[in-house]
Ligand binder design. Structure first.
Ligand code: PLP
Length: 382
Protein backbone atom coordinates (compact mmCIF):
# COMPACT_ATOMS: atom_id res chain seq x y z
CA UNK A 1 0.00 0.00 0.00
CA UNK A 2 1.07 3.57 -0.67
CA UNK A 3 1.98 5.86 2.23
CA UNK A 4 -1.31 7.79 2.26
CA UNK A 5 -3.25 4.50 2.58
CA UNK A 6 -0.87 3.14 5.20
CA UNK A 7 -1.39 6.29 7.28
CA UNK A 8 -5.09 5.50 7.51
CA UNK A 9 -5.11 1.69 7.71
CA UNK A 10 -1.73 0.33 8.87
CA UNK A 11 -1.63 -0.98 12.41
CA UNK A 12 -5.34 -0.52 13.06
CA UNK A 13 -7.02 -3.27 15.11
CA UNK A 14 -8.26 -6.14 12.95
CA UNK A 15 -11.59 -6.02 14.79
CA UNK A 16 -12.49 -2.40 15.57
CA UNK A 17 -13.21 -2.00 19.31
CA UNK A 18 -17.02 -2.06 19.75
CA UNK A 19 -17.27 -1.33 16.04
CA UNK A 20 -15.64 2.09 16.44
CA UNK A 21 -14.18 3.29 13.12
CA UNK A 22 -11.92 5.70 14.96
CA UNK A 23 -9.59 4.22 17.60
CA UNK A 24 -11.04 5.00 21.06
CA UNK A 25 -8.93 6.35 23.92
CA UNK A 26 -8.14 3.69 26.52
CA UNK A 27 -7.93 6.00 29.50
CA UNK A 28 -6.99 3.24 31.92
CA UNK A 29 -3.63 2.96 33.65
CA UNK A 30 -3.90 -0.80 34.10
CA UNK A 31 -5.65 -3.73 32.41
CA UNK A 32 -6.99 -7.10 33.60
CA UNK A 33 -4.34 -9.81 33.80
CA UNK A 34 -5.03 -13.52 34.04
CA UNK A 35 -3.12 -15.36 36.77
CA UNK A 36 -0.87 -17.10 34.25
CA UNK A 37 0.61 -14.04 32.52
CA UNK A 38 4.19 -13.07 33.30
CA UNK A 39 5.34 -9.50 33.96
CA UNK A 40 5.95 -8.81 30.27
CA UNK A 41 2.32 -9.55 29.42
CA UNK A 42 0.93 -7.00 31.85
CA UNK A 43 -0.63 -3.96 30.25
CA UNK A 44 0.11 -0.67 31.98
CA UNK A 45 0.54 2.82 30.55
CA UNK A 46 4.16 3.19 31.71
CA UNK A 47 5.03 -0.07 29.95
CA UNK A 48 3.99 1.56 26.64
CA UNK A 49 1.76 -1.34 25.68
CA UNK A 50 -1.87 -0.21 25.95
CA UNK A 51 -4.03 -0.55 22.81
CA UNK A 52 -3.37 3.13 21.99
CA UNK A 53 0.40 2.56 22.11
CA UNK A 54 0.27 -0.67 20.13
CA UNK A 55 -1.67 0.83 17.24
CA UNK A 56 0.75 3.76 17.00
CA UNK A 57 3.80 1.49 17.13
CA UNK A 58 2.52 -0.64 14.27
CA UNK A 59 1.49 2.37 12.18
CA UNK A 60 4.78 4.25 12.63
CA UNK A 61 6.87 1.17 11.80
CA UNK A 62 4.77 0.59 8.65
CA UNK A 63 5.15 4.23 7.63
CA UNK A 64 8.93 4.12 7.55
CA UNK A 65 9.12 0.50 6.31
CA UNK A 66 10.93 -0.34 9.54
CA UNK A 67 10.73 -3.39 11.81
CA UNK A 68 9.45 -1.70 14.98
CA UNK A 69 8.52 1.61 16.60
CA UNK A 70 7.96 3.12 20.02
CA UNK A 71 6.27 6.38 21.04
CA UNK A 72 7.62 8.53 23.86
CA UNK A 73 6.49 11.48 25.97
CA UNK A 74 8.43 14.01 23.83
CA UNK A 75 11.00 14.21 21.06
CA UNK A 76 13.69 14.78 23.68
CA UNK A 77 12.53 11.64 25.53
CA UNK A 78 13.02 9.69 22.28
CA UNK A 79 16.50 11.16 21.76
CA UNK A 80 17.81 10.88 25.32
CA UNK A 81 16.36 7.42 25.96
CA UNK A 82 17.79 6.11 22.69
CA UNK A 83 21.28 7.43 23.39
CA UNK A 84 21.20 6.10 26.95
CA UNK A 85 19.91 2.72 25.81
CA UNK A 86 22.51 2.26 23.08
CA UNK A 87 25.55 3.80 24.82
CA UNK A 88 27.06 3.09 28.21
CA UNK A 89 29.77 4.62 30.36
CA UNK A 90 33.10 4.35 28.51
CA UNK A 91 31.50 4.59 25.06
CA UNK A 92 32.12 7.26 22.44
CA UNK A 93 30.03 8.34 19.43
CA UNK A 94 30.07 10.81 16.54
CA UNK A 95 27.40 13.46 15.99
CA UNK A 96 26.81 16.07 13.31
CA UNK A 97 27.93 19.49 14.52
CA UNK A 98 24.70 21.42 13.80
CA UNK A 99 22.09 19.36 15.65
CA UNK A 100 18.89 20.57 17.31
CA UNK A 101 19.92 22.66 20.37
CA UNK A 102 18.31 20.36 22.95
CA UNK A 103 20.20 17.37 21.55
CA UNK A 104 23.50 19.27 21.51
CA UNK A 105 22.98 20.46 25.10
CA UNK A 106 22.30 16.88 26.22
CA UNK A 107 25.47 15.71 24.44
CA UNK A 108 27.60 18.52 25.87
CA UNK A 109 26.12 18.94 29.34
CA UNK A 110 24.72 15.58 30.45
CA UNK A 111 26.51 12.74 28.67
CA UNK A 112 30.08 13.54 29.81
CA UNK A 113 29.01 13.16 33.46
CA UNK A 114 27.73 9.69 32.58
CA UNK A 115 31.05 8.72 31.00
CA UNK A 116 29.80 8.95 27.39
CA UNK A 117 31.94 11.05 25.06
CA UNK A 118 31.14 12.54 21.69
CA UNK A 119 33.09 14.10 18.83
CA UNK A 120 31.19 16.54 16.66
CA UNK A 121 31.79 15.99 12.95
CA UNK A 122 31.29 18.18 9.89
CA UNK A 123 28.55 16.38 7.96
CA UNK A 124 29.75 17.91 4.71
CA UNK A 125 33.26 16.50 5.03
CA UNK A 126 32.92 12.69 5.20
CA UNK A 127 36.67 12.31 4.57
CA UNK A 128 37.28 13.76 8.07
CA UNK A 129 35.01 11.33 9.96
CA UNK A 130 37.46 8.44 10.08
CA UNK A 131 40.04 10.42 12.03
CA UNK A 132 37.48 10.86 14.84
CA UNK A 133 36.95 7.12 15.31
CA UNK A 134 38.20 5.50 18.52
CA UNK A 135 38.22 1.82 19.54
CA UNK A 136 35.17 2.56 21.74
CA UNK A 137 33.13 4.47 19.09
CA UNK A 138 29.66 2.92 18.97
CA UNK A 139 27.30 5.18 17.00
CA UNK A 140 26.90 8.04 14.54
CA UNK A 141 24.06 10.58 14.94
CA UNK A 142 22.84 13.01 12.24
CA UNK A 143 19.72 14.92 11.12
CA UNK A 144 17.93 14.60 7.76
CA UNK A 145 17.52 18.36 7.23
CA UNK A 146 19.44 20.61 9.63
CA UNK A 147 18.04 23.52 11.56
CA UNK A 148 18.03 26.43 10.71
CA UNK A 149 20.08 26.32 7.48
CA UNK A 150 18.25 23.34 5.92
CA UNK A 151 21.40 21.46 4.93
CA UNK A 152 21.11 17.91 3.61
CA UNK A 153 24.27 15.84 3.89
CA UNK A 154 25.11 12.58 2.14
CA UNK A 155 23.01 10.28 4.32
CA UNK A 156 23.90 7.18 2.28
CA UNK A 157 27.52 7.84 3.17
CA UNK A 158 26.57 8.02 6.86
CA UNK A 159 24.99 4.56 6.60
CA UNK A 160 27.92 3.01 4.73
CA UNK A 161 30.43 4.60 7.13
CA UNK A 162 28.46 3.17 10.07
CA UNK A 163 28.39 -0.29 8.50
CA UNK A 164 32.09 -0.28 7.66
CA UNK A 165 32.97 0.69 11.20
CA UNK A 166 30.43 -1.32 13.20
CA UNK A 167 28.48 1.75 14.41
CA UNK A 168 24.76 2.12 15.04
CA UNK A 169 23.41 4.77 12.63
CA UNK A 170 20.84 7.16 14.10
CA UNK A 171 19.03 10.01 12.31
CA UNK A 172 16.62 12.62 13.62
CA UNK A 173 14.03 12.64 10.82
CA UNK A 174 11.74 15.30 12.33
CA UNK A 175 12.21 17.98 9.65
CA UNK A 176 11.62 15.63 6.71
CA UNK A 177 8.80 13.46 8.12
CA UNK A 178 8.24 9.91 6.78
CA UNK A 179 6.45 11.36 3.76
CA UNK A 180 9.69 12.89 2.49
CA UNK A 181 12.23 10.40 3.86
CA UNK A 182 12.14 6.90 5.35
CA UNK A 183 15.56 6.26 6.91
CA UNK A 184 15.20 2.46 7.15
CA UNK A 185 14.90 2.28 3.35
CA UNK A 186 18.51 3.38 2.94
CA UNK A 187 19.69 1.28 5.88
CA UNK A 188 19.60 3.56 8.95
CA UNK A 189 19.31 1.55 12.17
CA UNK A 190 17.24 4.11 14.08
CA UNK A 191 15.09 7.09 13.08
CA UNK A 192 13.92 9.55 15.73
CA UNK A 193 11.07 12.06 15.63
CA UNK A 194 9.71 14.90 17.60
CA UNK A 195 6.09 13.95 16.83
CA UNK A 196 5.24 17.34 18.34
CA UNK A 197 5.97 18.65 14.83
CA UNK A 198 4.78 17.19 11.51
CA UNK A 199 3.59 13.78 12.70
CA UNK A 200 0.93 15.25 14.98
CA UNK A 201 0.82 18.45 12.98
CA UNK A 202 -1.55 20.56 15.07
CA UNK A 203 0.72 22.17 17.70
CA UNK A 204 -1.34 20.67 20.52
CA UNK A 205 0.81 17.90 22.08
CA UNK A 206 4.44 16.99 22.74
CA UNK A 207 5.41 13.47 21.72
CA UNK A 208 8.31 11.53 20.25
CA UNK A 209 9.04 8.33 18.36
CA UNK A 210 11.86 5.82 17.94
CA UNK A 211 11.59 3.76 14.74
CA UNK A 212 13.98 1.12 13.41
CA UNK A 213 15.49 -2.31 13.95
CA UNK A 214 13.43 -4.42 16.33
CA UNK A 215 16.31 -5.41 18.61
CA UNK A 216 17.40 -1.80 19.08
CA UNK A 217 13.86 -0.46 19.55
CA UNK A 218 13.32 -3.20 22.15
CA UNK A 219 16.32 -2.05 24.15
CA UNK A 220 15.09 1.56 23.97
CA UNK A 221 11.67 0.38 25.15
CA UNK A 222 13.26 -1.41 28.10
CA UNK A 223 15.03 1.82 29.12
CA UNK A 224 11.88 3.89 28.55
CA UNK A 225 9.93 1.55 30.85
CA UNK A 226 12.45 2.43 33.57
CA UNK A 227 12.64 6.16 32.82
CA UNK A 228 8.86 6.39 32.66
CA UNK A 229 8.67 8.90 29.79
CA UNK A 230 5.59 7.19 28.35
CA UNK A 231 3.06 8.91 26.11
CA UNK A 232 -0.28 9.48 27.80
CA UNK A 233 -3.26 7.73 26.10
CA UNK A 234 -4.98 11.02 25.28
CA UNK A 235 -1.82 12.30 23.58
CA UNK A 236 -1.59 8.91 21.80
CA UNK A 237 -5.11 9.49 20.48
CA UNK A 238 -4.28 13.00 19.24
CA UNK A 239 -1.07 11.80 17.59
CA UNK A 240 -2.97 8.94 15.95
CA UNK A 241 -5.62 11.35 14.65
CA UNK A 242 -2.99 13.81 13.42
CA UNK A 243 -1.04 11.08 11.62
CA UNK A 244 -4.00 10.22 9.40
CA UNK A 245 -3.74 13.56 7.59
CA UNK A 246 0.08 13.66 7.39
CA UNK A 247 0.23 12.90 3.65
CA UNK A 248 -2.16 15.69 2.63
CA UNK A 249 -0.64 18.16 5.08
CA UNK A 250 2.92 17.41 4.00
CA UNK A 251 2.07 17.59 0.28
CA UNK A 252 0.59 21.05 0.84
CA UNK A 253 3.50 22.19 3.03
CA UNK A 254 6.10 20.91 0.53
CA UNK A 255 4.35 22.83 -2.24
CA UNK A 256 3.62 26.02 -0.28
CA UNK A 257 7.20 26.27 1.06
CA UNK A 258 8.55 26.10 -2.49
CA UNK A 259 6.19 28.89 -3.62
CA UNK A 260 7.26 31.08 -0.70
CA UNK A 261 10.96 30.23 -1.10
CA UNK A 262 10.85 31.21 -4.80
CA UNK A 263 9.11 34.50 -4.00
CA UNK A 264 11.63 35.36 -1.27
CA UNK A 265 14.63 34.35 -3.40
CA UNK A 266 13.52 36.84 -6.09
CA UNK A 267 12.84 39.72 -3.69
CA UNK A 268 15.46 42.51 -3.64
CA UNK A 269 15.18 42.91 0.14
CA UNK A 270 16.10 39.29 0.77
CA UNK A 271 19.82 38.49 0.91
CA UNK A 272 19.48 34.72 0.66
CA UNK A 273 17.07 31.80 1.13
CA UNK A 274 17.88 28.37 2.55
CA UNK A 275 15.52 25.80 1.04
CA UNK A 276 16.77 22.59 -0.61
CA UNK A 277 13.80 22.66 -3.00
CA UNK A 278 15.25 25.68 -4.83
CA UNK A 279 17.23 24.68 -7.92
CA UNK A 280 20.02 27.10 -6.97
CA UNK A 281 20.31 25.80 -3.37
CA UNK A 282 23.67 24.09 -2.68
CA UNK A 283 21.84 21.07 -1.19
CA UNK A 284 19.30 20.72 -4.02
CA UNK A 285 21.07 17.86 -5.82
CA UNK A 286 21.60 15.81 -2.63
CA UNK A 287 18.07 16.50 -1.36
CA UNK A 288 16.56 15.57 -4.75
CA UNK A 289 18.44 12.27 -4.69
CA UNK A 290 17.47 11.32 -1.14
CA UNK A 291 14.10 12.92 -0.42
CA UNK A 292 10.61 12.69 -1.90
CA UNK A 293 9.88 16.30 -0.90
CA UNK A 294 11.74 19.22 0.64
CA UNK A 295 9.47 19.89 3.66
CA UNK A 296 7.74 23.03 4.85
CA UNK A 297 10.80 24.51 6.58
CA UNK A 298 12.89 27.32 5.13
CA UNK A 299 15.00 30.20 6.40
CA UNK A 300 16.06 33.48 4.87
CA UNK A 301 18.23 36.48 5.59
CA UNK A 302 16.88 39.95 5.24
CA UNK A 303 19.03 42.70 3.68
CA UNK A 304 19.68 44.80 6.75
CA UNK A 305 20.29 44.33 10.42
CA UNK A 306 18.65 42.58 13.37
CA UNK A 307 16.13 45.45 13.78
CA UNK A 308 15.00 45.03 10.20
CA UNK A 309 14.40 41.31 10.76
CA UNK A 310 12.39 42.06 13.91
CA UNK A 311 10.39 44.72 12.04
CA UNK A 312 9.59 42.23 9.28
CA UNK A 313 8.37 39.61 11.74
CA UNK A 314 6.16 42.23 13.39
CA UNK A 315 4.79 43.39 10.02
CA UNK A 316 3.68 39.88 9.01
CA UNK A 317 -0.02 39.35 9.61
CA UNK A 318 -0.50 35.61 8.99
CA UNK A 319 2.37 33.73 10.70
CA UNK A 320 2.64 33.61 14.47
CA UNK A 321 6.02 34.47 16.01
CA UNK A 322 6.58 31.29 18.00
CA UNK A 323 9.09 28.45 18.28
CA UNK A 324 8.38 24.88 17.14
CA UNK A 325 7.30 23.84 13.66
CA UNK A 326 5.26 21.47 11.54
CA UNK A 327 1.79 22.64 12.57
CA UNK A 328 -1.15 23.85 10.50
CA UNK A 329 -0.39 27.50 11.25
CA UNK A 330 2.70 29.20 9.80
CA UNK A 331 5.30 30.17 12.40
CA UNK A 332 8.34 32.45 12.23
CA UNK A 333 11.29 32.66 14.62
CA UNK A 334 14.69 34.27 14.74
CA UNK A 335 17.05 31.35 15.57
CA UNK A 336 19.56 33.76 17.19
CA UNK A 337 17.06 34.33 20.01
CA UNK A 338 15.28 30.97 20.06
CA UNK A 339 16.73 27.62 18.95
CA UNK A 340 20.34 28.89 18.86
CA UNK A 341 20.24 31.43 21.72
CA UNK A 342 22.50 29.12 23.76
CA UNK A 343 25.44 29.72 21.39
CA UNK A 344 27.76 32.73 21.69
CA UNK A 345 27.54 35.31 18.88
CA UNK A 346 30.92 34.04 17.61
CA UNK A 347 29.70 30.43 17.54
CA UNK A 348 26.58 31.50 15.67
CA UNK A 349 28.63 33.49 13.18
CA UNK A 350 30.91 30.47 12.61
CA UNK A 351 27.83 28.30 12.03
CA UNK A 352 26.39 30.81 9.53
CA UNK A 353 23.47 31.88 11.73
CA UNK A 354 23.18 35.66 11.55
CA UNK A 355 21.01 37.96 13.68
CA UNK A 356 18.90 38.73 10.63
CA UNK A 357 18.15 35.09 9.80
CA UNK A 358 14.43 34.26 10.01
CA UNK A 359 13.19 30.66 10.11
CA UNK A 360 9.77 29.85 8.68
CA UNK A 361 7.56 26.84 9.29
CA UNK A 362 5.02 26.97 6.48
CA UNK A 363 1.54 25.93 7.57
CA UNK A 364 -1.61 25.02 5.70
CA UNK A 365 -2.62 28.52 4.67
CA UNK A 366 -3.04 29.23 0.95
CA UNK A 367 0.46 29.91 -0.44
CA UNK A 368 -0.84 32.94 -2.38
CA UNK A 369 -2.02 34.53 0.86
CA UNK A 370 1.37 33.84 2.43
CA UNK A 371 3.21 35.41 -0.50
CA UNK A 372 0.89 38.47 -0.37
CA UNK A 373 1.55 38.78 3.35
CA UNK A 374 5.35 38.62 2.97
CA UNK A 375 5.11 41.11 0.08
CA UNK A 376 3.16 43.66 2.13
CA UNK A 377 5.44 43.17 5.15
CA UNK A 378 8.60 43.66 3.05
CA UNK A 379 7.08 46.80 1.48
CA UNK A 380 6.13 48.14 4.91
CA UNK A 381 9.66 47.87 6.31
CA UNK A 382 11.39 48.85 3.02
N1 PLP B 1 14.43 17.19 17.14
C1 PLP B 1 14.22 18.29 16.42
C2 PLP B 1 14.80 18.39 15.04
C3 PLP B 1 13.49 19.37 16.95
O1 PLP B 1 13.30 20.48 16.21
C4 PLP B 1 12.97 19.26 18.27
C5 PLP B 1 12.20 20.35 18.89
O2 PLP B 1 12.14 21.47 18.41
C6 PLP B 1 13.22 18.09 18.99
C7 PLP B 1 13.94 17.07 18.39
C8 PLP B 1 12.72 17.93 20.40
O3 PLP B 1 11.37 17.60 20.40
P1 PLP B 1 10.35 17.86 21.60
O4 PLP B 1 10.22 19.34 21.75
O5 PLP B 1 9.11 17.17 21.15
O6 PLP B 1 10.94 17.24 22.81
Amino acid sequence: MKLATRLIHAGEPEQPFAGAVSMPIFQSSTFLASGSTDYHDLKYIRLNNTPNHQVLHAKLAALENAEAALVTASGMAAITTTLLALLKSGDHFLAQDCLYGGTLDFINQDLPGLGIECDLIDGQQPETWKSCLRPNTRAIYVETITNPLMQVIDLEKVVSFARQNGLVSIVDNTFASPINFRPAEIGFDISLHSCTKYLNGHSDIVAGAVIGRRKLVESVRHKLNHFGASLDPHACFLLHRGLKTLAVRMAHQNRAALVLARFLADHPMVAGVNYPGLAQDPYHAMASKLLDGFSGMLSFEINGDRQKAIALMEALEIPFCAPSLGGVESLVTRPATTSHAGMTPDQRAAAGISDQLIRVSVGLEDPEDLVDDYRQALEKIG
